[in-house]
Design a protein around this ligand. Structure first.
Ligand code: HEC
Ligand code: HEC
Length: 198
């Protein structure tokens, strides 16, 4: 029941802003962001494992993802409903807030060093172009993969491969090529690589 309570808190916070209970005129970004911490962790660094870390992702990426949740272009278990509770302006504030937080790689994730090594090579060949610095740079506006929670990345990639979430055509081409050539073991290797970044 906890997640539900947190969500309600978010909606109430949103309502308060619209209702004008917040005085200063500009709604506070940190107050909006506060309602996300219950699931995404304080400052947006998630305690995992199925909820992603938001801290450090670029504002552009963040806004795009929230819009994709609103429109249904990105598959979600819960974010579609949550995202619909926020206006464009509020999402901008949230994006600004989370992009300024420091990304902390998920600690203590298990990985197989051999598979991680194979994953590093696959990443370089298929993904590095748009997920620079081994998937740790936010500058490509493509989300941070290195040190993100592995269970989250796994089901996100499964959804993407199954065509349930819309992704850039060029990315789909590379991902499908990798999957065709290397199979599930290739995806597994990538997941080990990203988990190894701690
Ligand atoms: C009830 C738990 C919960 C709450 C509250 C919540 N989220 Fe989420 N969030 C999730 C889950 C779980 C996912 C993974 C997608 C899914 O399954 O819906 C996610 C995914 C996301 C993503 C995608 C991250 C990425 O790397 O692509 C963004 C952005 C996001 N949430 C923003 C927010 C913001 C902003 C708030 C607060 C306004 C918020 N979330 C509140 C559970 C939550
Ligand atoms: C042509 C550029 C490009 C290539 C190549 C590419 N990606 Fe992406 N990727 C993106 C962009 C842009 C996004 C954000 C788009 C969105 O969410 O709608 C993204 C998003 C993602 C996400 C979602 C991140 C999150 O936090 O939810 C995952 C996972 C991902 N890419 C994995 C990969 C993997 C693995 C490869 C290599 C096989 C790859 N990408 C290759 C551009 C690319």
């Amino acid at each position: 029941m906890k997640p539900r309570r947190v969500m309600t808190a978010g909606l109430i916070a949103g309502g308060m802003l619209i209702g004008g209970f917040v005085q200063a005129g500009t709604p506070s970004a940190s107050m909006l962001a506060n309602t996300c911490f219950g699931c995404h962790g304080p400052g947006g660094n998630s305690n995992g494992p199925a909820t992603p870390t938001l801290a450090g992702a670029s504002a552009e990426y963040f806004e795009e993802v929230m819009e994709a949740y609103q429109s249904g272009d990105r598959r979600a278990t819960i974010m579609d409903r949550i995202a619909k509770g926020y206006t464009k302006e509020e999402i901008k504030l949230l994006a600004g807030y989370f992009s300024k937080q420091k990304f902390v790689p998920a600690k203590g994730q298990k990985f197989d060093p051999k598979k991680a090594k194979k994953g590093a090579k696959l990443h370089d060949k298929y993904c590095e172009k748009c997920h620079a610095d081994g998937g740790s740079s936010p500058e490509d506006d493509s989300g941070i993969l290195a040190g993100q929670w592995r269970p989250y990345l796994k089901y996100t990639l499964d959804d993407i491969l199954a065509g349930k979430s819309e992704m850039p055509k060029k990315m789909m081409k590379k991902l499908k090529k990798l999957h065709k050539k290397k199979g599930d073991a290739g995806i597994e290797a990538l997941l080990n690589y990203y988990a190894s970044k701690q």
